[in-house]
Design a protein around this ligand. Structure first.
Ligand SMILES: Nc1ncnc2c1ncn2[C@@H]1O[C@H](COP(=O)(O)OP(=O)(O)O)[C@@H](O)[C@H]1O
Ligand SMILES: Cc1ncc(COP(=O)(O)O)c(C=O)c1O
Ligand SMILES: [Mg+2]
Length: 291
């Protein structure tokens, strides 16, 4: 059995942050040790608002201390970090990743660098983007940015596929061994595109763009969780990329069919084991036929 620490937000109702990531990872056969950065009633895109609180950075460090004190840190195989409530929390997450690697040098650190995206209206606290770019992303083995987050990390605009490839190469030169770009919106309006880059090359996978009355939330967190799960199951990076893509597409299809805003993670749980669709990744040299 493999064990994963997941440092993200928690919502009481619905699915975002750990509430989007923990169950799919458990369904894929992992023990998950969630550490919550915030505990909110619901995700922050509700027009009515939300209640709850953000936890202090010390809260993260104390929980890692407790895990170390019962001598379990050495049994942890990966740390996933998502939405961070403050720059101080980023520093505590950085320390947690360092301590994990000291306790288990084989452990993977996977970073979903949730940043404020002006187009999405997503807001993060002052200093979080800087801490992600300077501390967390360079330390990570695997990063899962969207197009905006990748362009912030490598400090270049991304407007074409060539730009995206160049940006991934810059990102790989900064430390991570794998870059999954979870949405390349510069490519096509009809298709939803994700890219995977490693030293072995770049791969693209596309799914139809589904129409929603309101864009679902927590999808990025689900992408990071299912990709991490595939890697930890021992799939090759490309196979984990395809599995993640197909599983997430299945969850989105169920969500659309049931006319819900919140992701139907539980109803669609079979997708994490045997996804209904089988979209395949294309290596870059073969791309000209599909874009
Ligand atoms: N097939 C699809 N059709 C429509 N929207 C999709 C599809 N796949 C993913 N999405 C949407 O794409 C977005 C993913 O956003 P992205 O910027 O990649 O990550 P994040 O959610 O972490 O910001 C989500 O809003 C999700 O609802
Ligand atoms: C509490 C919380 N966590 C996480 C997220 C991230 O969700 P997504 O995966 O859509 O970026 C959001 C988005 O609003 C949120 O409100
Ligand atoms: Mg996100």
């Amino acid at each position: 059995m493999k064990n994963i620490i997941s440092i993200q937000s928690h919502v009481v109702f619905g699915h975002a942050g750990n509430s989007s990531a923990v169950f799919p990872l458990q369904r894929m056969g992992f023990e998950v040790w969630p550490i919550h950065t915030v505990q909110f009633s619901n995700h922050t895109q509700y027009a009515e608002g939300w209640t709850g609180q953000a936890f202090s950075a010390a809260h993260i460090s104390q929980l890692i201390d407790g895990i170390a004190a019962i001598d379990q840190l050495k049994n942890c195989d990966a740390l996933i970090s998502g939405y961070q409530g403050s720059a101080e929390q980023c520093r505590a997450t950085f320390d947690a990743a360092i301590r994990l690697k000291q306790a288990n040098p084989q452990a993977l650190y996977i970073c979903d660098p949730v940043m404020g995206d002006p187009q999405k209206g997503c807001i993060v606290a002052d200093g979080v983007s800087e801490a992600l770019c300077q501390k967390l992303l360079p330390l990570a083995d695997v990063i899962v940015p969207n197009q905006f987050e990748l362009s912030q990390f490598v400090e270049m605009d991304i407007e074409t596929l060539d730009d995206a490839i160049e940006a991934c190469q810059h990102a790989l030169a900064k430390g991570p061994k794998l870059v999954l770009v979870k949405h390349l919106h510069c490519l096509s309006e009809q298709q939803f595109s994700m890219m995977l880059a490693s030293q072995k090359g770049c791969f693209l996978v596309q799914r139809p763009h589904l129409d929603f009355a309101k864009a679902p939330v927590g999808v990025g967190d689900l992408i990071t969780a299912t990709f991490s799960g595939g890697l930890l199951q021992g799939l090759t990076p490309v196979a984990a990329f395809e599995h993640c893509h197909n599983a997430v597409y299945g969850v989105l299809q169920t969500t659309q069919q049931s006319q819900q805003w919140e992701l139907q993670t539980v109803a669609a749980q079979q997708q994490f084991i045997t996804p209904s669709s089988n979209y395949r990744a294309q290596q870059l040299s073969q791309l000209s036929s599909i874009i």
